[in-house]
Design a protein around this ligand. Structure first.
Ligand code: HEC
Ligand code: HEC
Ligand code: HEC
Length: 436
């Protein structure tokens, strides 16, 4: 065979494979189980009460509220909240059954396609800020129940502004390429070698709860890296490693301690704050004890990250000495001189794996801006931490962060004043107040 012919042949095959992949990737036939007749605007009947109740649980486990309800608004699921992404703000839609401004005119099948395959009503590609790459794992039953619940919520008229991203992200068709690279078009695959409990945990974490959306690092165009649940930067926050790594992950936590964190918002060391406080308050605290246990069983068995514990920075170095002074004057009243804090109120800084990550954004944000632990039915008071932006210089914040990362058995890299200065600017916090 002539070389040119061979090359042409290879090109034809490559094109056919690419077309096949595109087709499979965009294949929504799994959604054809859903009816294409009844509209979301049609309220469910009394006979549907059990399905609506199950669907409510699916909606909570999937935390649809997190993005589709504007914070502080009294308009549940009516959208309008702009999700910030590195490419610009993306408005979450009104998903109440209002026919004009919500999804009232959608059929069940339209709904399945949007949630599991990221396709809008007219077939347009949704942005992956809507976590369909996780929801594709939702079972037909959970999807049906969820839709029944959506039909039961109050229709709210609220026109959401159109998302305007810069080129090329404004081209929705470009999501086809994104999907080809990062969207795995397949439902949840149970592992027959694992227990039913493990499989339930895997389903919840990978599917409805979409934990990887925050805890798995992203590449430059927002796709998941292969470092599953090994920690990710969210701007002002760091979502820590939640693999069973003993140093930076949950390896030293018992299953019950993982459950406590997700149910109460705090455990023997850590207190959930920032985006995790919202996830706990809106979603995980409402899960049944057996579902929380299943999540813990699964997390304890995912492949651990490879992070290792370094040598701690010596206590007699200049930043550590400065850090110790700052700590005893400002922090020890709540966190104690032994770093152990006050159980379920002020986090323990000793042996707290989330504080050992290379990424120190959560520590810096918490010290500069202060914070508040998750409020839950099991721990309704929670604790608050004051802001120190006005009181401490960048150098002092860096020193105290370095100190808490290298005391009481902790060991992690030093924090620089530059990192603190950047965070202070990003958080729009004022400089330290003049001391004279
Ligand atoms: C992490 C944020 C986030 C979560 C959680 C989330 N969504 Fe979305 N959703 C979005 C965003 C952003 C859009 C708009 C995407 C776009 O414009 O391309 C959207 C779009 C949609 C749409 C398409 C609406 C339309 O008019 O085109 C539906 C339906 C939807 N979401 C349903 C849900 C349901 C049901 C849940 C819970 C199971 C959920 N979403 C959870 C962010 C989220
Ligand atoms: C919206 C983003 C987001 C989602 C979704 C999310 N997390 Fe988190 N998670 C975070 C952040 C940020 C922190 C750090 C909180 C802090 O520093 O107080 C965190 C902390 C944690 C911790 C504590 C780790 C430690 O070392 O302190 C655990 C455990 C955890 N998350 C588990 C989960 C699980 C399981 C899910 C899914 C059910 C989940 N998270 C979903 C953002 C998220
Ligand atoms: C008035 C009591 C109080 C003081 C003083 C205080 N903290 Fe906190 N701190 C808390 C509480 C309560 C939490 C848990 C809520 C939160 O994370 O915002 C917390 C959380 C933290 C966390 C996050 C732990 C985690 O699990 O995510 C860090 C880091 C921290 N404090 C460091 C400091 C440092 C450094 C100082 C001194 C500059 C300090 N704190 C002073 C009460 C306090």
């Amino acid at each position: 065979m002539k070389k040119s012919k061979l090359i042409a042949g290879v090109a034809v095959i490559a094109a056919a494979v690419a077309a096949g992949m595109l087709w499979m990737n965009g294949d929504t036939s799994a959604d054809n189980v859903a009816s294409n007749d009844v509209l979301t605007s049609q309220p469910p009947t009394a006979a549907d009460a059990a399905a609506v109740a199950r669907g409510h649980y699916v909606a909570i486990a999937s935390d649809c509220t997190a993005c589709h309800t504007m914070p502080e608004s009294k308009l549940p699921l009516a959208g309008g909240y702009s999700i910030s992404t590195p490419f610009g703000g993306i408005y979450a839609s009104n998903i109440t059954p209002d026919s004009e401004t919500g999804i009232g005119s959608w059929t069940e099948r339209d709904f399945f396609r949007a949630v599991r395959h990221g396709k809008g009503k007219e077939g347009e590609h949704l942005y992956p800020a809507m976590p369909y790459n996780a929801y594709v794992k939702l079972t037909d039953q959970d999807m049906h129940d969820l839709w029944m619940y959506m039909r039961s919520v109050r229709p709210i008229s609220n026109k959401v502004p159109e998302t305007q991203l810069g080129f090329p992200y404004n081209i929705r068709l470009a999501m086809m390429g994104w999907n080809l690279l990062f969207f795995k078009n397949s439902g949840f695959q149970a592992d027959a070698n694992k227990s039913a409990e493990w499989n339930r945990g895997a389903y919840l974490v990978e599917g409805p709860e979409h934990c990887a959306a925050c805890h798995t690092a992203k590449n430059i165009i927002g796709g998941d890296s292969s470092d599953y649940l090994q920690g990710s930067n969210l701007g002002e926050w760091h979502a820590p490693d939640i693999t069973p790594n003993p140093h930076t992950g949950i390896g030293s936590w018992s299953e019950q301690q993982v459950v406590d964190y997700l149910k109460l918002g705090s455990n023997h060391v850590a207190v959930a704050s920032g985006p995790m406080a919202e996830a706990v308050t809106n979603s995980t605290q409402h899960l049944t004890d057996s579902d929380l246990k299943a999540i813990a069983v699964y997390l304890k068995q995912v492949p651990p990250s490879k992070n290792t514990k370094p040598q701690p920075i010596a206590a007699d170095t200049a930043p550590m000495k400065m850090g110790e002074n700052v700590y005893s004057a400002n922090c020890s009243a709540c966190h104690n001189s032994d770093g152990k804090g006050i159980p379920n109120l002020a986090a323990s800084l000793a042996g707290n794996p989330g504080l050992m990550a290379d990424d120190t954004s959560s520590i810096i944000t918490t010290v500069l801006q202060g914070g508040r632990g998750a409020v839950t039915a099991g721990n309704p008071t929670s604790g608050a931490m004051p802001s120190f932006a006005w009181k401490l210089s960048d150098e002092q914040v860096a020193a105290v962060a370095t100190y808490l990362r290298n005391s009481w058995g902790n060991a992690a890299g030093a924090v620089s004043a530059d990192e603190v200065a950047k965070a202070r600017a990003q958080l729009k916090l004022p400089a330290q107040m003049a001391t004279h």
